[in-house]
Ligand binder design. Structure first.
Ligand SMILES: Nc1ncnc2c1ncn2[C@@H]1O[C@H](COP(=O)(O)OP(=O)(O)OP(=O)(O)O)[C@@H](O)[C@H]1O
Length: 624
């Protein structure tokens, strides 16, 4: 075929009915993909220059760990038919490239690059391995009691070097400045390396993510490059991950993915992430470049499986992070579909690991459906909060909460410190955000009704300290690891004690100290007993109102229990339980919600000038 200049290629494509020859030998993705409502972005030959002999692209500046143009051996190129079609994907423009293609896809022998360790890249390193944030109590982890149940349990390791991890993974651990493993890592790493199923319960912020990532990545890397099964629909470029990590929230999925990029730095294996609410085509583009470890939220994963982009038949490792949440009523049916009906190898063939800081008994029983001959590991008391967190519970009436919050923010204000405030409802989060901004506190909010970019923006502004106060619902309660969160405030307490444990666990992480303050009132009577026990666990003095409520004869955990006003009135009369429990009540003049003056709705409550600190003025300046 003679040369066709670029400006005539489209014309050529239209005039030549792209022949069956091309359809067979290449992938005419346009029709297939368009019908599915998404487009796979084309990459020009110029941008993605030819690979070197080993299929190794010498582009080291790629944050997403994509600098290898790797793929399964004998498999399809992640770059697609770059040189075979013009930019719009419609016309062939050079027969001479066909020799490099197999079934229309460029093949790269992954076995040639699998064990090659890429050169170091300082720019990428500084992005991946920020600064470490271990705190003064990191060494105290050594004293935490650990219980291991199960037959023939492997011995714990004392150092990462003892763990039989791949050399490159050990180097990445050094770059991450992890000097020694935390207790959950000491026990989990050898258990996973030995191929055992695991149910692991360890305190918040104690390093569970690395406990499963390190042995998984090492194991994948040490094995031969995964072989791709023949596919009937090569145009879909289906990916066959070997490891799958399921997470309940998008933000947690992103965070685990970032950790996986850290520990797989300089390796040919590729880690990808799929989560809802964001651009599918971008996620697909990354996926199509190869995927050995996949981190995903259940909904988006299910969608990708249905579209044929992901196939779970090669899974060797399955992790349920925040497993008790993944197996509770909200997620369990979806998890069952993914694990039992989407072609994933059965338990016993795959290795299954579950991690959380809390594991209610009923969920443990349910979890056994997914495990075989597993080891049960508890670090510290089951479901206990970290001892690095100072817990305080105040009696605060609903109508006094805002004043008390402002007092608390003023009292605990500290340079560089972040405060996370939990509320129960999405609407409540928006209202409190507006109130705080109107009161000149640089706050943002995050909840399930915000768009994903909004959620990400809020979390980033909080992480970077541009907005040191974040109002959140349960989306931020689990797993999110943000250094410098010094104070967690339960403006509204949750209805479950497990949720309380996770929420307060956003502070006091990796040996750092933190504070958790909760506003308690008659609405939270159902939590009284469990909250009292939680405080006693950490030898915290239990406030008298909590003691009284926990032992109230009318206390009931029944879901049918309703706290009626009449009951509450009777309870108040019997126990004398009213305002006198509001110790340290606000000294703000009543009705003075807005310090900018003008009462509740005046002076900037809804004033965009005060939104998102830094843009508006401040009454005292120091928050901005
Ligand atoms: N061995 C280690 N040495 C130093 N820092 C570590 C070590 N292991 C983990 N970390 C750091 O500890 C922090 C908390 O880890 P991680 O998020 O895995 O905790 P977690 O137990 O999963 O918490 P949660 O229960 O809230 O999900 C992270 O910033 C991580 O980088």
């Amino acid at each position: 075929m003679s040369y066709i200049p670029p400006y005539r290629r489209q014309q050529f494509a239209e005039s030549v009915n792209v022949s069956s020859e091309y359809r067979e030998n290449s992938y005419s993705r346009s029709t297939e993909d368009n019908r599915r409502g998404y487009s796979i972005p084309f990459k020009s030959n110029k941008r993605y220059g030819p690979s070197t002999e080993t299929g190794y692209r010498r582009n080291q500046g790629d944050y997403s760990n994509n600098n290898y143009d790797n793929n399964f051996s004998g498999a399809y190129s992640q770059r697609g038919p770059v040189r075979y079609y013009s930019r719009n994907g419609s016309a062939p423009w050079g027969d001479h490239f066909r020799s490099r293609l197999e079934n229309g896809y460029k093949t790269i022998d992954l076995s040639k690059i699998w064990k090659v360790i890429k050169p170091r890249n300082s720019a990428l390193e500084s992005k991946l391995f920020g600064t470490l944030s271990t705190g003064i109590n990191f060494d105290k982890y050594e004293d935490i009691p650990v219980e291991v149940e199960g037959e023939d349990c492997p011995e714990p390791i004392r150092s990462f070097e003892e763990a039989d991890l791949a050399e490159v993974i050990l180097e990445n651990i050094v770059l991450a400045q992890y000097t020694k493993p935390t207790p959950v890592q000491k026990y989990s790493i050898p258990i996973i390396t030995r191929g055992r199923d695991l149910m692991s319960c360890a305190q918040t912020g104690s390093g569970k993510t690395a406990a499963f990532l390190l042995p998984m990545l090492s194991n994948i890397w040490k094995s031969d490059p995964p072989q791709r099964p023949p596919s009937e629909r090569p145009e879909l470029r289906t990916q066959y991950p070997v490891g799958l990590i399921l997470s309940p929230t998008r933000e947690l999925a992103m965070q685990i993915h970032e950790e996986s990029l850290k520990f797989s730095y300089r390796c040919a294996m590729r880690c990808c992430v799929l989560y809802g609410g964001s651009n599918t085509s971008l996620q697909l583009r990354d996926l199509h470049r190869g995927c050995h470890l996949l981190v995903a939220t259940p909904g988006r994963l299910e969608d990708m499986i249905q579209r044929g982009n992901v196939d779970l038949s090669q899974i060797r490792f399955l992790v349920l992070d925040e497993a008790d949440r993944m197996l509770d009523m909200g997620f369990e049916p979806q998890i069952r579909v993914i694990v039992e009906r989407e072609g994933m190898p059965a338990k016993g063939i795959r290795q299954t690991m579950m991690f959380s800081a809390t594991f209610p008994k009923d969920i443990q029983i349910l979890a056994e459906d997914f495990l075989t001959d597993y080891v049960y590991l508890t670090v510290g008391a089951l479901g206990s909060a970290s001892g690095n967190i100072t817990q305080v519970v105040h009696w605060v009436h609903e109508e006094e909460k805002r004043d008390r919050l402002l007092d608390l923010l003023d009292e605990t204000r500290e340079e560089g410190a972040l405060t996370l405030i939990f509320v129960e409802t999405k609407r409540g989060a928006d209202i409190l955000e507006r109130f705080l901004c109107g009161s000149h506190y640089p706050a943002m909010s995050i909840h399930g009704d915000k768009t994903q970019p909004e959620r990400e923006r809020a979390l980033l502004a909080f992480r970077e300290g541009r907005s040191p106060v974040l109002v959140a619902t349960a989306v931020c309660a689990r797993g999110i690891d943000i250094p410098n969160v010094r104070h967690v405030i339960n403006f509204d307490l949750p209805s479950e004690i497990a949720e309380y444990t996770h929420r307060i666990g956003r502070t006091g992480r990796v040996g750092n100290v933190g504070m958790a303050t909760s506003f308690f009132n008659e609405k939270n009577i159902n939590l009284a007993k469990d909250l009292r026990l939680k405080l006693l666990e950490q030898n915290v003095e239990v406030p008298s109102f909590l003691e009284d409520m926990a032992f109230s004869p009318r206390y009931s955990k029944s879901p049918h229990f309703r706290l009626t006003t009449s009951y509450w009135l009777k309870f108040s009369l019997i126990t004398g339980f009213t305002n006198h429990y509001s110790r340290g009540r606000s000294n703000r003049p009543s009705g003075g919600y807005n310090r900018a003056g003008g009462g509740y709705n005046g002076g900037g409550y809804d004033n965009p000038r005060y939104r998102y600190g830094g843009r508006g003025g401040s009454s005292n300046g120091s928050w901005f």
